[in-house]
Design a protein around this ligand. Structure first.
Ligand code: NAD
Length: 357
């Protein structure tokens, strides 16, 4: 099957890390194992420089016409004084909204070689491999009405609305169950059904959906307990599914269990498994242009893209294994450097992954 991927390096280290990730795709194309067309386009500050806005019309059109999007990072000090609607971050939000990317997948994987980078004890995090599935386009961040009202006495009231339609819960449930089927077949739905009616409905829909997935073991956990369990014994989780607000908080907590921002990929999917794949970190202006950024989060984002949108799970496995072997050999960019290891730059790390492939 022939596939089209929109490649958006963005700003800062986005340009350096995407270059290494593209080498992996080029390698598979040259081998004849991937029939892929890559189309590069500007976004963020680069979009503003090229077309006067962070999400140029051509970039959105290309994203819509593609099977997947590989995204680097956006932002930089030179854009901070622009009017809010022209700032790079707006390009990213507009892209997520424009493509209806409602399912955010954040794996928290700790490579055994990097166990010392975590703030938790090695026995608690060694071998950690969790997938958090967060609903991304609904819930309290988008619910209406919202605002701040002032009553006659001058007292102000701030209010937001937590609202989920059954269909919105149903579609995120489907994504989560499908992912659980591709992994350890255990799904934990995190809610607050003891207090919130929305969570009651959430739980009902999850249970109904589970009938279509008899092989997946579904469990439920209240969000306060889930926060505690993530720190206490994170390895009890395989796939976690939760609403926008809870997922925002829990996915950040889970990703930091692994201690290294330069290692973590992410995906945001629509209803047809079309997705945008990006490292969780930003454009890192402090190290941009120095050739020291860790490209592994972006290379691992390519693996996610191959698994979830392009249906090449075998290639995804190969890339993840190659990253593991590079770490086994003791190669480290400065952000994950440890005693006894060899420090390398962005390009050397990318080349090392290619060599392992
Ligand atoms: P950041 O993630 O860019 O950097 C935080 C720290 O982590 C920095 O010290 C940086 O050097 C380091 N770091 C990040 N990625 C790294 C990598 N691959 N290898 C080695 N070290 C790495 O966050 P920030 O400094 O808060 O934000 C910088 C800019 O990025 C801002 O303009 C912000 O708006 C933007 N941002 C963009 C995204 C995105 O594109 N998705 C996400 C977060 C922040």
């Amino acid at each position: 099957m022939s596939v089209n991927v929109a490649v958006m390096p963005g700003d800062g280290i986005g340009i350096e890390i995407i270059a290494e990730a593209v080498k992996v795709l080029d390698y598979y194309r040259a081998q004849g194992r991937l029939d892929i067309t890559l189309n590069e386009c500007p976004v963020g500050g680069a979009g503003y420089d090229a077309a006067g806005k962070p999400l140029p019309d051509e970039t959105l059109a290309l994203a819509k016409a593609s099977d997947a999007i590989l995204f680097g990072a956006i932002g930089g000090p030179q854009y901070e004084n622009l009017p809010r609607e022209l700032r790079p971050e707006r390009g990213l939000l507009a892209l997520r909204a424009g493509l209806d990317l409602f399912a955010n997948l954040r794996p928290a994987i700790l490579y055994p070689q990097l166990v010392a980078a975590s703030s938790l004890k090695p026995e608690v995090v060694a071998g950690l491999d969790i997938m958090i599935v967060r609903e991304l386009t609904g819930g309290i961040y988008f619910g209406q009405p919202r605002g701040i009202n002032t009553d006659a006495s001058g007292e102000r009231t701030g209010f937001n609305t937590l609202v989920y339609k059954e269909s919105e819960i149903e579609r995120i449930a489907k994504v989560a169950f499908d992912i659980a089927m591709k992994r350890g077949k255990r799904l934990c739905s995190v809610d607050k059904a003891n207090v919130l009616e929305v969570s009651e409905l959430w739980r009902e829909v999850m249970i109904k959906k589970s009938e279509a997935y008899p092989d997946v073991e579904l469990s439920h956990m209240y969000v306060d307990n889930a926060a505690m369990q993530l720190i206490k014994w994170p390895k009890q989780f395989d796939v976690v599914v939760t609403k926008n607000l809870f997922g925002d908080i829990l996915s950040d907590a889970a990703s930091m269990l692994t201690g290294s921002i330069g290692m973590l990929p992410s995906a945001s999917l629509d209803a047809n498994s079309k997705g945008m794949y990006e490292p969780i970190h930003g454009s890192a202006p402090d190290i941009a242009g120095k050739g020291v950024a860790n490209p592994l989060a972006t290379i691992l984002s390519v693996a996610m893209m191959l698994r979830y949108s392009l249906r090449h799970p075998q290639l995804a496995d190969e890339i993840e294994a190659a990253v593991g072997r590079v770490l086994d050999k003791g190669l480290r960019t400065p952000d994950i450097m440890a005693e006894g290891c060899k420090q390398v730059g962005t390009v050397e790390m990318g080349e090392a992954v290619l060599a392992e492939l």
